[in-house]
Write a protein that binds this ligand. Structure first.
Ligand SMILES: NC(=O)c1ccc[n+]([C@@H]2O[C@H](COP(=O)([O-])OP(=O)(O)OC[C@H]3O[C@@H](n4cnc5c(N)ncnc54)[C@H](O)[C@@H]3O)[C@@H](O)[C@H]2O)c1
Length: 284
């Protein structure tokens, strides 16, 4: 059994987009920091294209192998669907009911699920692309927040006065222009705006909502852009030379901040805040 710290001892956390990239790193880190249960929520159980044997194991199975069977569960869910999903894929309302029945209490939601429909200047952005991008990154995250908050409000505050903490993964694109990413940036800006508004609405009830704006993070979402040496010739080199930290971000760079924001002991007075994590890219 792997060693864990007690920073998040006893909490139940939900992570959307947990099968890949940032969500996977966050889910693994929450378990390492002592979460009693990490509920992994994703539209698919594993990575689309695993690059190693370790990658081939679904996130909840990695957590179970390190911390025991009770430490994780997987719920297949399309976060852009509110009620019953299709086939094995549930809607958000069903997932929340299942989790509440399973655990009785939910302390943390980390909203990482997302899609990146990049490479479309606005005049080439179909309504379908715009809608799809909004459905997942704006509407899906809203639905997860809506149903989590309804559950948080039923719960007694913990010893730090917290009924629940939400960490939303937006993007630097919510604040800065990214080439060919109009729909993506709009969806991420919507997530930022709804998070701030909800933080104001629920602060007095002990519910905290914060937003992380990652820069360029090396994950399966970004990899095809880096690998496409024709359309994006020199892009990786450009990033490495213009990010003051001198490298792309890694999923663990985001996971540490998400754990801190999840912890009611460490960040009890932090709500409605925005954290840019981009190796200094937007500070230049
Ligand atoms: N990688 C970056 O450079 C970067 C930068 C800024 C923000 N982000 C954001 O971080 C989050 C995580 O991105 P990542 O880079 O780890 O991407 P990723 O593609 O590696 O992971 C995204 C996960 O979300 C899941 N997902 C997609 N649609 C879903 C749906 N409808 N319901 C449930 N799950 C769904 C996917 O199955 C996948 O497992 C995203 O919201 C992304 O927009 C990423």
């Amino acid at each position: 059994m792997a060693k864990s710290t007690s920073r998040l001892e006893g909490i139940t956390a939900m992570v959307t987009g947990s099968s890949s990239g940032i969500g996977r790193a966050v889910a693994l880190q929450l378990a390492t920091e002592g979460a009693k249960a990490v509920i992994c929520v994703d539209v698919r159980p594993g990575l689309a294209q695993p690059r190693s044997n370790e990658d081939a194991l679904p996130t909840h199975e990695v957590i179970q192998s390190r911390h025991g069977n009770e430490a994780a569960a997987f719920m297949q869910c399309d976060i852009s669907v509110e009620e019953d999903g299709r086939g094995e894929t549930l809607g958000v309302a069903n997932v929340m009911r299942n989790i509440a029945e399973l655990t009785g209490r939910i302390d943390v939601l980390v909203n990482c699920a997302g899609i990146g429909l990049f490479g479309y200047p606005l005049h080439e952005t179909s309504l379908e692309i715009w809608q799809k991008q909004m459905d997942v990154c704006a509407t899906g995250s809203f639905l997860m927040m809506k149903h989590s908050i309804a559950q948080f409000l039923k719960q007694e505050p913990d010893q730090n006065g917290s009924r629940g903490s939400i960490v939303n993964i937006s993007s630097i694109g919510a604040k800065y222009g990214l080439r060919g990413c109009g729909a993506y940036c709009a969806a991420k800006a919507a997530l930022l705006a709804v998070s701030r508004s909800a933080a104001v609405d629920y602060a007095a009830q002990g519910i905290r909502i914060n937003v992380i704006l990652p820069g360029y993070i090396q994950t399966p979402m970004l990899q095809p852009v880096l690998d496409d040496r024709e359309t994006h010739a020199g892009f990786e080199e450009y990033l490495n030379s213009s990010i003051p930290a001198g490298r792309l971000g890694q999923p663990r760079d985001i996971a540490g901040a998400a754990v801190w924001l999840a912890s009611s002991a460490e960040s009890a007075y932090v709500t409605g805040s925005t954290f840019t994590i981009d190796g200094g890219f937007t500070a230049v």
